[in-house]
Design a protein around this ligand. Sequence first.
Ligand SMILES: [Fe+2]
Length: 244
Amino acid sequence: MGASLYEPINVYKPVSPDVGIVDGPFEYLTIAGVKLPLPFTTRMTIVRLTNGDLFLHSPIRFNDGLATELRGLGTIRHLVSPNQFHYAHIGEWLKAFPQAIAWASPRVRARARARHVEINFSRDLDPLPPEEWHREIDQTLFPGGYFKEFIFFHKASRTLILTDTIINLELDKIGEPWRTAAKLTGMYHPYGQIFFGMRLPLRLQRRRAKAVREKILSWKPERILLSHGRCLDADVDEVVSRIF
Ligand SMILES: [Fe+2]
């Protein structure tokens, strides 16, 4: 069986009053500028702040119908690249919503430039949340060396928002070679695991990893939204202590 999407795509799916997800179309692995026939799915998370601004975490490919739907939910304000691998569509959203703010992750500017993707990132994410959302969303920089990423926590809904930190692929929804890779690394549902590329850097930064782990545990998340695979919403306290 080949890859399948999280249908329906390009529509807002609420998970709590001010938080929702949008599943995207297939993306394709690109190596040295060559797009390979290896599809995978990705997902963005949207938080509506109390002032009506929308926080778009890891925006998926721009889509007119989706943009219209989101305009009905609030003002598209924050376009967030949580790590250097999730940024590719921010420029498309910025073009449609020039009043929005593009937030850069570490190294993302250089990565985008090297790939000739032009994005005017006007702000940088910091280990502490900015004035714009700190009352509603907390954040921390999860150490993972080259793969480090900012992870977010929406306080009111106790939602942990991740990109690649946890991968929980559903084996019947992916094709090869992802299926074999997921099995070998344990990154599949229901066992979702820390992305394998982060594991060695985490061991090398024990003190930092411990501090971040404690912060995540103190948040007591009740659901985990992620970009690749199935989101986690059952026995999340157990899942969090197992994974972290
Ligand atoms: Fe990813």
